[in-house]
Design a protein around this ligand. Structure first.
Ligand code: C5P
Length: 217
């Protein structure tokens, strides 16, 4: 039987990870959060006090790090970093690190390895275009920047971070710009992806829509 491979791409705060997790649970398949991998590297770079322009040092760090998932949790050098990687200080710098060509080629290698064993849903920015161009189903999930910022803002507030909506909106727009204009693997809808604008949809509606498409209804 053919393996099921689902690619989910889209800008920050569109709901990709919540949606992907839910679909993985419903279909009983693996979930791989590729953004978490770039975030884990960013966390280590910041903790080591390395300048985000210092490509050589960043590559050294990547080479000497182990980044992996276990039961949907992300581990950096054997330590669970689920919480730390979601902090706003990471979101601020992750796109600068993710635009480095050599970082991407290493990450893509890792991501393909992780995706090749079982039925998977993989979310990110370049999954349908670069990482898994032969995925059986590709989705491009969007929402207006204001709605995405509002979702992120509420998440951060719940975690007790001191941020303003305006600040989050500005950071989301900056991240969108870096992600979609970078030279290597920019954020882009794959030609054969279904685009879903979630601005006026609930998570459950998006999940149902995707599952209906996958199950051919
Ligand atoms: O998905 P998430 O918002 O956690 O991703 C964090 C950042 O990692 C993105 O803004 C982007 O810069 C980078 N990323 C990427 N390619 C991916 C996944 C994430 O460049 N496949």
């Amino acid at each position: 039987k053919k393996r099921l491979v689902i690619a989910i791409d889209g800008p920050a705060g569109a709901g990709k990870s919540t949606i992907s997790k839910e679909i993985a649970k419903k279909l009983d398949i693996e979930y791989i959060d590729t953004g978490a991998m770039y975030r884990a590297l960013t966390l280590k770079v910041l903790e080591k006090g390395v300048n985000i322009d210092d490509i050589d040092k960043i590559l050294d760090i990547l080479e000497s790090s182990s980044i992996y998932f276990k039961n949907n949790h992300i581990y950096l050098d054997g330590i669970n970093v689920d919480k730390e990687i979601r902090e706003n200080r990471i979101s601020k710098y992750v796109s600068d690190i993710a635009k480095i060509k050599e970082v991407r080629s290493e990450m893509v290698k890792l991501q393909r390895q992780l995706s090749k064993e079982s039925n998977v849903i993989v979310d990110g920015r370049d999954i349908g275009t670069v990482v898994l161009p032969h995925a059986n189903f590709k989705f491009f999930i969007t929402a207006s920047p204001e709605v995405r910022a509002d979702r992120r803002y509420k998440e951060l507030l719940l975690k007790g971070e001191k941020v303003t909506y305006e600040q989050v909106l500005k950071e989301i727009k900056t991240r969108d710009k870096i992600d979609s204009t970078r030279e290597v693997a920019p954020l882009k809808k794959a030609k054969d992806a279904y685009e879903i604008d979630t601005t006026n949809m609930t998570i459950q509606e998006v999940v149902n829509k995707i599952i209906n498409i996958i199950e051919g209804r």
